[in-house]
Ligand binder design. Structure first.
Ligand SMILES: Cc1ncc(COP(=O)(O)O)c(C=O)c1O
Length: 462
């Protein structure tokens, strides 16, 4: 049986772990960006049998072993779409775990439910979607699944006998979580129309309209149009207003996948003005609000639509109250029942720094992306492939032959050097190196180092 710790002993343990975290943060900039470990080495260091007799405070030495095998997200970590991990919010995680609130319903956890509903309203307001409801999720993939579950239940309810085949529409550049959700919801990937994109990787509205018209003429029923506010490869923002008009004309639900880009509205609201047209909207605070994983969110316009999809009875009866505040239950509006107190991290982080600091950091990310694109465009050995609407920059080294294979080798070489971490994308059919700025630690000097590192690594590949 685990035993409860005397609180002074608990504090000693927490203090030792906080010091470990401080060491990590102090050394972040010097650490190799990709940990120098291999599978067998990591298992030898961190694996093994569970001890029969506890290590007590020596467990801190075991925790110390985790650090050199972890990826260091310093200012030059620019891979994927991964927020940099804001440490003030991380402290709140400790308290959230100690409080151990189960964020099911107000009745179970008044403080946690109130805090989560508060941060959801802050996110909605930041996106120009005041009045939307929602809940925090494990990430954008879970939010996309829940948004499409609401669409399916709204437009082609499972209980409707003999309903026609339902169809979902999304661009060729849509994130892989959408086909996954379509498959999981039983809509069937054959009923996912991948709509062509234009030269800027944005969904072509004329092609969308044509696909909708063909399906309706053939007796199929449009369920949802998924617009993306920040495609994962290049950060393209689909034309949200025009797509919303078409979706409305055909009676389709509009889900916006804003996991990557929606929060850029904090710094560049004009680019994302159409977000408020969404019926449901995914947004990831663990991407462009710099929060530690996990902190996704699904926002929706109509709570009744959420209850149709997720509530057993569609009523508040299970909570024993029909008061709008005290009768509220996340389990009526979400796929989850037991839920951790994720919101405390974001609530703490936003209050510690203030929204203005987040706006400034996002504006800096946008400026860093522009600076890298300009630097790449001016460098004859490099070719700029895409610098989309947000903060993803795709480029490659010019080589007269085997450019795809050589750029793939270049990416491995850049990351192995340990200073800069990039990921990859396919743009216009060619392999691209990709830098994505959702990192509050990036400096102007880090941007310059990306180019230096790529050119230096390129000499070894060419
Ligand atoms: C556009 C887009 N949608 C959805 C996701 C999935 O988000 P998550 O990793 O939080 O599940 C991502 C992740 O990069 C994304 O870029």
């Amino acid at each position: 049986m685990p035993t409860d710790l005397p609180t002074d002993e608990w504090l000693r343990l927490a203090d030792a772990v906080a010091r470990l975290a401080r060491d990590w943060l102090d050394d972040l900039d010097r650490r190799p960006i990709a940990p120098r470990t291999r599978g067998a080495e990591a298992i030898a260091a961190l694996g093994g049998e569970a001890p029969e007799v506890g290590l007590g405070h020596a467990v801190v030495d075991r925790l110390r072993e985790v650090l050199p095998r972890a990826r260091a997200q310093n200012g030059r970590f620019l891979g994927y779409v991964l927020g940099s991990g804001e440490p003030a919010g991380a402290v709140a995680d400790l308290l959230a775990s100690v409080l151990n609130q189960n964020v099911t319903a107000w009745r179970s956890s008044p403080a946690a439910v109130t805090v989560e509903r508060t941060v959801v309203s802050w996110l909605a307001a930041a996106l120009g979607c005041g009045g939307f409801g929602g809940s925090l999720t494990g990430g954008g993939s879970a939010a996309n699944l829940m948004g499409l579950a609401m669409a399916r239940e709204g437009r082609a309810p499972a209980r409707e006998a003999g309903r026609p085949e339902g169809v979902v529409y999304a661009s060729e550049e849509v994130h892989m979580s959408i086909p996954k959700a379509v498959a999981l919801l039983g809509i069937g990937t054959r009923n996912l129309r991948r709509i062509a994109v234009d030269g800027a990787q944005r969904m072509r509205v004329d092609a969308l309209e044509r696909a909708l018209a063909e399906d309706v003429a053939a007796g199929r029923r449009p369920i949802a149009v998924v617009a993306t506010a920040g495609t994962v490869a290049t950060g393209a923002i689909d034309p949200l207003d025009a797509i919303a008009d078409v979706a409305a004309r055909y009676g389709a639900w509009l889900h916006v996948d804003g996991a990557y880009g929606a929060l850029a509205a904090l710094a560049a609201p004009d680019r994302l003005a159409g977000l408020r047209r969404a019926d449901s909207l995914s947004v990831d605070a663990h991407k462009w609000l710099y929060q530690a994983v996990d902190c996704g969110c699904l926002l929706f316009r109509d709570a009744a639509a959420a209850r149709r999809a997720f509530s057993d009875s569609g009523e508040y009866v299970k909570t024993g109250s029909d008061d709008a505040v005290e009768g509220f239950a996340f389990f009526d509006e979400s796929v989850e029942l037991s839920r951790r107190f994720r919101a405390l991290r974001l609530w703490t982080s936003i209050q510690f720094h203030g929204l203005g600091a987040f706006r400034a950091a996002i504006a800096r990310d946008l400026a860093h992306a522009r600076a890298l694109a300009a630097r790449v465009a001016a460098e004859p050995r490099l070719e700029l492939l895409a610098a989309g609407d947000l903060s993803a920059v795709c480029f490659r080294h010019r080589w007269p032959a085997d450019a795809d294979a050589r750029n793939a080798a270049l990416l491995r070489a850049v990351n192995a050097r340990g200073r800069v971490y990039l990921s990859n994308a396919v743009v216009g059919g060619v392999f691209a190196l990709r830098a994505c700025f959702v990192n509050h630690r990036t400096t102007d000097a880090d941007v310059e180092e990306v180019v230096q590192e790529v050119l230096a690594a390129g000499e070894g590949v060419g």
